[in-house]
Design a protein around this ligand. Structure first.
Ligand code: SF4
Ligand code: F3S
Length: 112
């Protein structure tokens, strides 16, 4: 079992989750983060920290579609261990539906 980041993270990227993860399993893309399912210890502390409610356990029906994406991009994007500056318009993107299709960017972030 693991936790996964869903499309609610896209363009919000608050990064509060990074600060609490005890095993540094978040990876950074241009406009969202993902969790490495092989490293996540399923502690659950990141889930309530996300202002966008973008993190779900993979036991949640809504998480299933995002598990492969988390696994794939965790292998490509750099590890992020420190919270950076969130996007200036992060609040405006909170809760916007169907962000993946138009706004997902497969580019890697800078990591930290
Ligand atoms: Fe990290 Fe725990 Fe969240 Fe997994 S559930 S990503 S180990 S904080
Ligand atoms: Fe994304 Fe939420 Fe973390 S918006 S960066 S999963 S705090």
């Amino acid at each position: 079992m693991t936790f996964v980041v869903t499309e609610d993270c896209i363009r919000c990227k608050y990064m509060d989750c990074v600060e609490v993860c005890p095993v540094d399993c978040f990876h950074e893309g241009i406009n969202m983060l993902v969790i490495n399912p092989e490293e996540c210890i399923d502690c659950g502390v990141c889930e309530p920290e996300c202002p966008a409610e973008a993190i779900l356990p993979d036991t949640d029906d809504r998480a299933e579609a995002w598990l492969d994406l988390n696994r794939a991009y965790a292998a490509q994007w750099p590890t992020i261990t420190q919270k950076g500056d969130r996007p200036e318009d992060a609040d405006a993107w909170k809760g916007v539906p169907d962000k993946f299709q138009e706004h997902f960017d497969e580019g890697a972030g800078e990591g930290s």
